[in-house]
Design a binder for this molecule. Structure first.
Ligand code: SAH
Length: 344
């Protein structure tokens, strides 16, 4: 028999389930709180449920919970990287980062990735499967169980393309913000995409208050075509039009990710070109010296080049910051731990 993934269910769905099981509606909220606030690992711990219901639930439903397979803690800044083994033997990772304004967790949305960006470790071994909503949630709950601390913000920037796993990611956003659960405000959640235009429109129409990060990484289609295959499907002007629509609908500032790769996308002319593209848009540019990935053969731009690039943007009135590197000693960039695990 197929077991139900109860941690992926919303309260209205749990209410339906209770109805089917001949139970009063209020049980749904009780179960949800046990799963998402007290985060118990067995139905037996749900003490305010009748024993018969607990038994029925344990026969028909599973509670997704991650055990930590490996954990790396940065000696420099406390960044902690977790590797989990999933029930089907696959691996996934999430990263806990400590900032002045609180603790942030970076979660994965897929096992592997289809997008094929040439500089990214997550996509090198291809795509395996989508993560379920409960598997995305557990990447937030497991670090919080481990450190005993509250998570203040979440970034969907780990392995995978969140908008390619749209339904599960939307459900995750519903679950994580439920008042009977973690109650995380959407304003404290960022979603990063390589630019699936159709999905950006769909997301905009939902009117969520999440921050959208768009991985741009190039100022021209010629360069973006080379490093990001998704650009063959959606060209930069089409992508930026969707981004403008997102801002119009949500009034949220878009964050553009720009990884600086030596000799590829980091010269002053390209900075000017980027400034012209983004002129007049409500946005922010995050400059990131590219992280080294073995097969990619790309080198990060030098410090001087990075700050020169930033200066051109600032001089043209484009808000731009250079992202601080966290967890440099534990190879914290996404996809790298899973890669090591599956290569063994
Ligand atoms: N698929 C989504 C989210 C996952 S990647 C996306 O493309 O946005 C998270 C961010 O890390 C993206 O901006 C991605 O382009 C960037 N990234 C991937 N590999 C990198 C590397 N080697 N160096 C720097 N940034 C990288």
């Amino acid at each position: 028999m197929n077991m139900t993934d109860i941690k992926s269910m919303t309260i209205p769905e749990l209410e339906e389930l209770m109805l089917l099981m001949g139970q009063p509606k209020f049980r749904a909220k009780q179960i949800f709180q046990w799963l998402h606030q007290k985060r118990v690992l067995t139905f037996d711990e749900m003490k305010n449920l009748p024993t018969s219901l607990r038994e029925e639930l344990s026969k028909t439903c599973t509670i997704t919970s991650f055990s930590i397979e490996r954990k790396l803690v940065s000696q420099i800044d406390g960044t902690t990287k977790y590797l989990y083994r999933l029930s089907d033997g696959e691996y996934v990772e999430s990263v806990l980062m400590r900032y002045e304004h609180g603790i942030s967790v970076c979660v994965s949305t897929q096992v592997g990735c289809k997008m094929g960006c040439s500089f990214c470790a997550s996509t090198k071994a291809g795509f395996i499967r989508h993560l379920t909503p409960s598997e995305i949630l557990e990447q937030v709950y497991a670090p919080s169980r481990d450190t005993g601390e509250r998570i203040d913000s979440i970034v969907l920037m780990g392995i995978g393309e969140p908008l390619d796993n749209f339904d599960n990611v939307m459900r995750f956003l519903t679950l994580v913000s439920a008042p009977e659960g973690l109650c995380m405000s959407h304003r404290h959640i960022s979603l990063s995409t390589c630019g699936l235009v159709d999905r950006i429109y769909e997301l905009a129409d939902m009117g969520l208050q999440i921050t959208l990060s768009v991985s741009l990484h190039a100022s021209s289609d010629a360069v973006r075509d080379e490093i990001m295959p998704v650009n063959h499907r959606y060209k930069i002007p089409e992508l930026l039009k969707a981004c403008q629509y997102y801002t119009d609908k949500t009034h949220r500032r878009i964050s553009y990710e720009y990884s600086l790769i030596k000799g590829v996308n980091d010269n002053a002319g390209q900075a000017k070109e980027l400034a012209a593209l983004l002129h007049g848009m409500l946005c922010h540019v995050n400059l990131i010296p590219v992280n080294y990935v073995e097969e990619a053969g790309f080198e990060k731009s030098g410090k001087q080049q990075v700050y020169a690039f930033q200066k051109v943007l600032l001089d043209h009135g484009i808000n731009a910051t250079v992202r601080r590197t966290l967890g440099a000693d534990i190879n914290a960039a996404c996809g790298q731990l899973r890669r090591t695990a599956i290569q063994k």
